[in-house]
Design a protein around this ligand. Structure first.
Ligand code: XMP
Length: 511
């Protein structure tokens, strides 16, 4: 069946796939394409509309990503976001200027509601800004439909030509009415009917995988996290015991986690699972290393080595499954986006495993979409709603160099914090919560004795997409209980801090 299509034209912003996902959530199929896709190719796709994303460039830079003026003359509705809005202003001969200061964060926005984009949006609303340049004068034919204190053209429209531009980011949660605006663009301006249904995806994927794999052998690196578990169960549903899962225990897992993973997948799902106990091997390689990216690299490489050695014992397989999801792809840097962290699950591939092809069934999905796919596959709720855990594990939560002693302290502190969050019934509403062992030691006093011990930081964030996140307002008494239990029950910890930074500007993990 042919779906209605909206194209997201990628100018290298961090939120590009988030825009795509918002469009899919509004039941409209959507593809992200590079900004320099030839116009003929865009026309061939016959899109109902085009969205220009943000990006790190400035329209006046020599190699700034551009589009041809002709694109605006095809009669296809266009919505420009952030850099995309400035680009529209610039190419259509408006004026783009540099502000004295970067405008960043939640901003009051005043809109005019007598246009299809802002239909039903409140006159004084909030939006998320992140820019230095801005449109100072709209092109001829455009009306200003939104302003902020510092941004004279926070939104503009040429209603007749169906061209719209917003300086802010309607796709992020910090723009509370952003979803409404995007829906308005899709339904009021592009005249979409909404013929794309997300929850068909799981069944369709299982069917496609079964056809593709046939009677061939599949190998999967299972970590026990949501992503690799959903990917593995999906393949297991499709081809059963043709799938073998290798679970590398790198010694950087949370308390009791290795045993739990082994038990769930062998007993509950009856999968072929091989557990490799490689704890010592990883710790030896990590000894004395304190740089976060170096840690990731070492773990990524070592993981592949261990995995390869194990895979060799199995012999030739046809397919290799990876639980890569979209944020892994985008945050590891696409063609135009900046590299924030090199997530090891996209960093490297085993060179010495004899396989024909990689399968990444979740590559286009965000975390909460992956969870929904998991539910559609009848994976038990406790596993599906499990908080994400990074591939490098506790290695990026022990700040600085890693030792078994530090890991032990962190495991115990983290276990207590998670237990208290659960006891308080907060585990469902907080997106990710964990302890971090800082490499800061400070002075304390315990039973008349001076102590000089570690500071543990507690981190809890609410987020739907892990691209942006807000720190969780955990009740003080829950924090107090966790804090006093940790200092009392975990040796060598005498101070607890709670992290009150959002993402951005911080990231969720400390490293
Ligand atoms: P950040 O810290 O970048 O985290 O805000 C966003 C999400 O990604 C997870 N994360 C990782 N996952 N390998 C992974 O598989 C990594 O190296 C890595 N670093 C961060 C993090 O836990 C959060 O869910």
């Amino acid at each position: 069946m042919k779906h209605e299509l909206v194209i997201v034209l990628d100018f290298g912003g961090q939120y590009n796939q988030l825009i795509a996902r918002r469009v899919r959530e509004a039941n409209v199929y959507c593809e992200v394409m590079p900004y320099d896709t030839p116009i003929s190719q865009l026309k061939e796709k016959n899109p109902k509309g085009i969205i220009f994303t943000g990006g790190p460039s400035v329209v006046y830079e020599e190699n700034a990503p551009m589009v041809e003026k002709e694109l605006f003359e095809l009669g296809i509705p266009i919505l420009g976001i952030c850099y995309g809005s400035q680009l529209m202003g610039h190419v259509l001969s408006g004026e783009v200027k540099k502000a004295d200061q970067r405008e960043y964060g939640k901003t009051e926005l005043t809109i005019k509601s007598d246009n299809p984009l802002f239909d039903g949006v409140t006159e004084n609303t909030t939006c998320w800004m992140s820019h230095t340049y801005y449109i100072s004068k709209p092109p001829v034919g455009f009306d200003i439909i939104g302003t902020t204190n510092t941004c004279p053209v926070a939104a503009m429209a040429n209603v007749d030509k169906k061209l719209y531009a917003v300086q802010f980011h309607p796709e992020v949660n910090h723009t509370p009415e952003g979803t409404k605006m995007l829906r308005n663009f899709l339904y009021n301006i592009c005249c979409c009917t909404g013929d794309w249904i997300m929850n068909k995806l799981a069944d369709e994927q299982v069917k496609l995988l079964r056809e593709k794999i046939g009677d061939k052998k599949v190998l999967c690196a299972l970590s026990g996290g949501v992503d690799s578990s959903v990917a593995a169960v999906m393949i297991h549903k499709a081809v059963g015991k043709q799938l073998t899962c290798i679970f590398v225990d790198h010694g950087l897992l949370r308390k009791n986690e290795g045993d739990e993973v082994e038990q769930i997948f062998t007993e509950q799902f009856d999968m072929n699972l091989i557990r490799v106990n490689a704890q010592k091997q990883f710790l030896d390689k990590l000894a004395g290393v304190d740089d976060p990216e170096t840690k990731r690299k070492i773990i990524g490489e070592e993981f592949i080595r261990v995995f390869e050695a194990e895979a060799k014992k199995i012999g030739k397989v046809d397919y290799l499954v990876q639980g890569t999801i979209y944020p892994d792809v985008i945050e590891s840097g696409t063609k135009d986006a900046a590299v924030i962290k090199s997530h090891h699950n996209v960093g490297g591939l085993p060179e010495h495993v004899d396989f024909k092809e990689i399968i990444e069934p979740l590559r286009d999905l965000f975390k909460d979409e992956v969870r929904n796919v998991g539910r559609a596959l009848d994976i038990p709720e406790f596993l599906v709603s499990r908080q994400p855990f990074p591939g490098p594990g506790l290695a990026i939560r022990v700040i600085g160099d890693i030792t078994e002693e530090k890991l032990e302290i962190l495991r115990d502190a983290d276990y207590i914090f998670r237990e208290e969050i659960k006891n308080a019934g907060l585990d469902k509403e907080i997106g990710q919560y964990f302890a971090v062992l800082t490499n800061l030691k400070s002075v304390g006093v315990m039973g008349d004795e001076r102590t000089y011990d570690y500071t543990v930081a507690l981190r809890a964030v609410s987020t739907t997409d892990f691209m942006t996140a807000d720190w969780s307002r955990i009740p003080y008494d829950v924090l107090e209980k966790a804090s006093s239990r940790i200092v009392n029950e975990v040796k060598h910890v005498n101070r607890i801090c709670y992290d009150v930074t959002s993402k951005p500007p911080a990231t969720i993990e400390w490293e």
